[in-house]
Design a protein around this ligand. Structure first.
Ligand code: ARG
Length: 604
């Protein structure tokens, strides 16, 4: 294959030309063979995957034989024959093809093609990642903590998963719109505002608090006190209800106090976001309250469409797809009997807004799996209303619960939700001990910095590396371990490679494609080749743990390579080829960790 064929023309801009991964090159080669063998099958998926038997395997014959009513083995034999032209070593990346089993094709690459891929990638900033999501506007609803309440371990999950998906989709070319659907509205604010007004002596604004107490934790406490007063004192309860009316009708003093509570809470969220290193900015905050002006219109549109109906004075939408016990219809609450709108209506408004005004092609809602029914009903209603059409899709990106070591939902000893800041502090402290134990030459300042990155990275990685829908056990000792599939292991692997590269003078290595290849060099090069395909898998499944698994395998492939292939101890041209593999591994690890929102430090 001529060198220019390695470049994919991803767009008109010159820097959009991206190195075509070997996986895709082989896909093209097999596609061409399919077209030659059976023109009627042109355009079919070549079903090429990495394989342990050869370098790649194609399952196309198995997949397609049924359509033609032929034996897969016969079709595979034809494909082998039609792949023959690709075997010309001067032209193609394929060195050998062999039929195996019931109709698999085992494909072995030419060594020069593998080295050529390494060389081409070295010169490309995108590491073989294309832009298949280009032009697709994706709204990601994530984080969404509640005003005047502490962020807890559940908010960790939505925040880190949503953020990682935002990064991956963005790299793949999607137009990502982040939406932080803050819980900033509801009758509870009446109670809190009334309580604050009646107790002006209590400090709760960030500026008036000691450094380690956040406004949101003060407000969280005060809300509990307000709640207690509400339950104990009917007169206070009446004054609180009047405050709710004042808030909803936009009475200026009440509204101002509410805005202040929101702003003070956001300061605390911002501090957590900064610490976690997530992308969310103040502009991404589009809280529940921002939908207030359109709730009535949203409801009346659903009435006009004949979907929303009266049920004992309330306005509801009965599902046509979901039924409750004994066939009872399951409702979505549009307007309560007292005329109030709630969570259901607001989410109907989000979907209407994101499709109509933001013109999204894809809507992602990253929330707890326990909200599955809510989103199912909301999406169904949006489809029936004609808002959600075949041109767009809406997905509830559900995630499981964080458990303690006994397998129960993670809680404090008192049974309350665990504050996210406490968790992060604990992880950083644990990481500090582990890092200090390994490296005694670090100054306290260096140690602090490394511990913060390792500890935060460990928590994020532990969350992202478990299959999203599964529950997982929050186990700090495992998270900060230098071995196993952990963030610390990957960060450390990256620092080790960076140190090799620094010792080599951080030069630009020359790759000689005619050199023979060791088995471990080949395995590493092929692992590197899979980066772009992994990201596409993440975008398809919305599962960041696939990227974690990939990076872990890559780090292990590097270790296996480094054990048998000396780098700094080798002479040119071998050294150049090996340094190129080191450099690509370091860049891929750092880029991959970056997509998980995890720092890849130079030293730890
Ligand atoms: N504020 C909610 C909570 O803390 C999550 C909101 C999720 N987003 C949405 N559009 N419903 O549980």
């Amino acid at each position: 294959m001529p060198a220019t064929a390695l470049l994919r023309h991803g767009g008109s801009a010159v820097n959009d030309h991206e190195v075509l991964p070997l996986l895709d090159q082989i896909g093209h080669v097999v596609s061409e063979a399919i077209t030659r063998a059976r023109p009627e099958l042109a355009g079919s998926d070549p079903v090429v995957r990495r394989s342990d038997r050869a370098d790649f395997q194609s399952n196309a014959a198995l997949a397609l034989a049924r359509r033609l009513r032929v034996q897969p083995a016969d079709l595979a034999a034809d494909l082998v024959a039609d792949l023959a032209p690709a075997l010309d070593p001067a032209r193609g990346p394929v060195a050998a093809v062999e039929r195996s089993g019931p109709g698999f094709l085992n494909i072995t690459l030419a060594e020069h093609a593998v080295w050529a891929q390494v060389a081409a990638r070295l010169a490309s900033p995108r590491l073989g990642v294309g832009t298949p999501e280009r032009g697709r506007r994706t709204v990601i609803d994530y984080s969404a903590p509640n005003i005047a309440k502490e962020m807890h371990v559940g908010h960790l999950r939505t925040t880190v998963i949503g953020d990682s998906l935002a990064r991956v989709l963005d790299l793949l070319g999607a137009e990502v719109v982040r939406q932080n659907h803050l819980g900033d509205w509801g009758t509870q604010f009446g109670m809190l505002i009334q309580y604050l007004d009646e107790h002006p002596e209590i400090s709760w604004r960030q500026a008036d608090l000691a450094g380690d107490v956040s406004a949101v934790s003060a407000l969280d406490q005060l809300y509990r006190s307000a709640r207690a007063a509400f339950d104990a004192d009917p007169a206070f309860a009446d004054r609180s209800r009047a405050r709710v009316v004042a808030l909803q009708s936009g009475e200026p003093a009440t509204l101002a106090r509410w805005a202040e509570i929101v702003a003070e809470s956001e300061k605390a969220f911002r501090a957590v976001y900064d610490r976690l290193g997530v992308l969310l900015t103040p502009e991404d905050s589009v809280g529940e309250s921002s939908y207030n002006p359109v709730l009535a219109a949203t409801a009346s549109e659903l009435v006009d469409a004949g979907i929303a109906v009266d049920s004992a004075g309330a306005l509801v939408i009965f599902s046509e797809e979901v039924t409750g016990p004994e066939g009872a219809p399951v409702p979505l609450m549009l307007r309560k009997r007292d005329g109030g709108y709630g969570y259901d209506t607001t989410d109907l408004a989000t979907i209407r807004h994101r499709l109509r005004d933001l013109k999204a092609h894809r809507l992602l809602y990253v929330t707890d799996a326990r909200q599955a029914l809510h989103f199912r009903l909301v999406f169904e209603a949006a489809r029936r209303a004609g808002w959600l059409t075949d041109d767009a899709e809406a997905t509830h990106v559900a995630y499981g619960t964080v458990l303690d070591r006994d397998g129960r939902p993670f809680r404090t000893r008192a049974g309350g939700a665990v504050r996210l800041t406490d968790l992060l502090d604990a992880a950083v402290a644990r990481a500090r001990a582990v890092v200090a134990d390994r490296d005694h030459g670090l100054s306290p300042a260096e140690l602090d910095q490394i511990a913060e990155r390792a500890g935060i990275g460990a928590v994020k990685y532990a969350d992202l590396s478990t299959s999203r829908v599964r529950d997982y056990v929050f186990d700090l000792d495992r998270m900060v371990s230098f071995t196993g599939n952990t963030g610390v292991y990957l960060q450390y692997a990256h620092t080790r490679i960076r140190s090799i590269l620094r010792r080599a003078g951080d030069s630009h290595p020359e790759v000689d494609p005619e050199l023979p290849m060791e088995r471990e060099e080949r395995a590493l090069a092929l692992a590197l080749d899979g980066f772009g395909a992994t990201l596409i898998e993440v975008s398809r499944t919305l599962e960041p743990h696939r990227l974690c698994g990939y990076l872990y395998d890559l780090a292990r492939a590097f270790t296996a390579f480094y054990e048998v292939c000396p780098v700094l101890g080798s002479a040119e041209p071998v050294r150049g080829n090996r340094l190129a593999l080191c450099q690509l591994t370091a860049r891929t690890l750092s880029r991959g960790l970056g997509l998980l929102g995890i720092a890849a430090p130079e030293r730890m």
